[in-house]
Design a protein around this ligand. Structure first.
Ligand SMILES: N[C@@H](CCC(=O)N[C@@H](CS)C(=O)NCC(=O)O)C(=O)O
Length: 146
């Protein structure tokens, strides 16, 4: 609570700076370490990346968080299913969600790593999400993360 008025993690402390909200932390790191660019160069693709980052944080993760915290579980499961179906359409014919591998894809990785906690499975009825999830989870840096 001292660091984040919202009382949530993650919180990043960098020198005198305190940064919270995961999407804003990610943007901060993106700006601070330009040597490893993780946002598309093209403005339209950047907007697309931001749209899907927002979708993950305000919709998918909100529903998943409700399920994990035993709040409106059935309603949240229904919503989550709808969000995943939308993503499935979106991932048809795409390898990554906004051009090359980007912060937008990275934003979804924690969700895919915690499916059990969200009482969710990604099965063959969501083939494009499933292939995308597998592509992300197979990345060496993701495999190496405990
Ligand atoms: N929108 C926030 C959500 C963060 C969030 O919900 N964090 C959870 C853990 S994953 C938390 O700290 N929950 C504690 C609480 O709500 O009391 C972000 O993306 O950083």
């Amino acid at each position: 609570m001292e660091l984040n008025p919202y009382g949530k993690v993650p919180v990043l402390v960098d020198g005198d700076g305190v940064i919270y909200e995961s999407a804003i932390i990610n943007e901060y790191l993106e700006e601070k370490y330009p040597g490893i660019p993780l946002m598309p160069k093209d403005s339209l693709q950047r907007s697309r990346a931001r749209i899907w980052i927002d979708y993950c944080n305000t919709r998918l993760q909100a529903a998943a968080g409700n399920i994990a915290h035993d709040h409106e579980v059935e309603k949240s499961k229904e919503r989550l299913r709808g969000y995943l179906e939308t993503l499935n359409q979106e991932m048809r014919d795409r390898e990554y969600i906004a051009g090359e591998y980007s912060l937008a894809d990275i934003t979804y990785i924690p969700f895919f790593c915690r499916l059990q906690r969200y009482q969710t499975t990604i099965s063959n009825d969501l083939p494009h999400v499933k292939a995308w999830m597998q592509r992300l989870l197979d990345r060496p840096v993701v495999r190496a993360t405990p």
